[in-house]
Ligand binder design. Structure first.
Ligand code: SAM
Length: 306
C-alpha cells in the first residue's frame, strides 16, 4: 500500500508497552502517549498478522517504552515468528534486561537487536539514562552475541557537550566487537508528548559535518532506499556506520507504519494525532476489509514532515 507521496509501507514499528525502567533525558516516547490499555498478546499477534496480510510487509521492530519490560515479550516474539509472515523481527532495547533474556529471545525467533548505547563512560551513561547500569548493558550485549545474534546495532544519539567526544571510542568499540554503529542526530520531541525545546537547543548537534567526514574516510557508501534513505558507510577498518539524520530526503524515504501499545496506528513520529485506533475493530472481530479501511486512512494521512 502506497501513501500520497508514493511511499510504500515496508515495515512496522510496534510499541508493545509504554512502561520503561529507564528515564532517558532525550526520550521521544515513540511520539505518542497511550490513551487506553495495552493490547493483549493475542491482539498483538492478530494485529501483526493483519498488517502483514494487508500491507505485505515482512519487517517488524518491537519497541516500548522498554519492550523487555513487557512480561510476555518472549511469547510475543514467538507468536509473531510462528506466523511465518515476517522475515525480519527486531527489537530496540536499552539492554538492561538483555543478559537474562537474550537466549530466550533468540530461541523464540528474534532476528536482530538494537541497543541504546550513548556512552561508554559510566558517569555520562548515568547522566543520559538516569540509570547506573552500563556494566549490565555491556554484559547483555556480550551475551546476545554469544547466544547467536549476528546483527547487533548500537543506537548512539549524539548530544553536544555530553557525548560528542565519544565518537572515536564508540567506533573502536563497535569495530572490535562487530556491532553496527547507528549514528543518530538528536531530534526534537513532539509537542504531543510534552516537547523538549530547551533540551534540544542545548544539546542538538548537526551531524552533517561528522557524516561528511566519515564519508570521506569510507570505502563504501550505500543508501538504504527502503529505510528513510539512510546512509550506510563502510569505513576503512570495515566498521559499519549507519546514519540517521532528519531531513526532507529522510522523510521522503520513510516507509514505516507505527503502532502504539494501545492499538493506535499512525504514520509519523510527529503526527500520532492523525492516528486511528484499531483495537475496537480487533476486539469485535471485524472483517479484513474493515481493518483495511482503517489502515488505508492512516496511510493516506502520511505526509513528509520536513
Ligand atoms: N527503550 C527502548 C530503547 O532504549 O531502545 C526503546 C524505546 S527508545 C524511544 C528507541 C530509540 O529511540 C532509542 O534507542 C533512541 O535511539 C531513539 N530516540 C529516542 N528519543 C530520541 C531523540 N530525541 N532523538 C533521537 N533519537 C531518539
Amino acid at each position: 500500500m502506497k501513501d500520497k507521496s508514493n511511499r510504500e509501507i515496508k515495515h512496522i514499528r510496534f510499541s508493545i508497552t509504554s512502561k520503561c525502567n529507564y528515564n532517558c533525558i532525550y526520550c521521544d516516547q515513540e511520539g505518542f502517549i497511550p490513551k487506553t490499555s495495552e493490547l493483549t498478546v493475542e491482539e498483538i499477534t492478530k494485529l501483526c498478522k493483519i498488517l502483514a496480510e494487508i500491507l505485505n510487509v515482512t519487517r517488524i521492530k518491537f519497541t516500548g517504552g522498554e519492550p523487555l519490560c513487557r512480561e510476555e515479550i518472549i511469547q510475543i516474539i514467538k507468536n509473531v515468528a510462528d506466523l511465518h509472515l515476517y522475515k525480519d523481527i527486531s527489537i530496540t532495547t536499552n539492554g538492561f534486561l538483555l543478559f537474562n533474556k537474550a537466549e530466550e529471545l533468540y530461541k523464540a525467533g528474534l532476528n536482530r537487536i538494537n541497543v541504546s548505547l550513548c556512552s561508554l563512560i559510566p558517569e555520562v551513561y548515568k547522566k543520559i539514562y538516569g540509570s547506573d547500569s552500563l556494566k549490565e548493558v555491556l554484559k547483555g550485549l556480550k551475551k546476545a552475541k554469544e547466544v547467536g545474534f549476528n546483527s547487533i546495532k548500537l543506537n548512539f544519539v549524539v548530544m553536544k557537550g555530553l557525548n560528542d567526544n565519544e565518537l572515536e571510542s564508540m567506533l573502536e568499540f563497535c569495530s572490535k566487537n562487530g556491532y553496527i554503529l547507528q549514528l543518530i542526530e538528536l531530534h526534537k520531541v513532539s509537542d504531543s508528548v510534552g516537547g523538549n525545546g530547551e533540551f534540544y537547543e542545548k544539546y542538538h548537534l548537526d551531524l552533517k559535518p561528522i557524516v561528511e567526514d566519515l564519508e570521506s574516510k569510507s570505502k563504501k557508501i550505500k543508501i538504504r532506499g527502503s529505510m528513510q534513505n539512510r546512509k550506510v558507510l563502510t569505513l576503512a577498518n570495515s566498521a559499519i556506520v549507519e546514519t540517521i539524520v532528519p531531513s526532507h530526503e529522510f522523510c521522503m524515504g520513510c516507509t514505516k507504519l507505527r503502532v502504539g501499545c494501545d492499538g493506535n496506528l499512525f504514520g509519523c513520529l510527529y503526527r500520532s494525532d492523525l492516528g486511528k485506533n484499531i483495537k475496537d475493530a480487533i476486539r469485535n472481530h471485524h472483517s479484513l476489509s474493515k481493518y483495511e479501511q482503517i489502515v488505508k486512512q492512516v496511510v493516506d494521512s502520511r505526509e513528509p514532515y520536513y
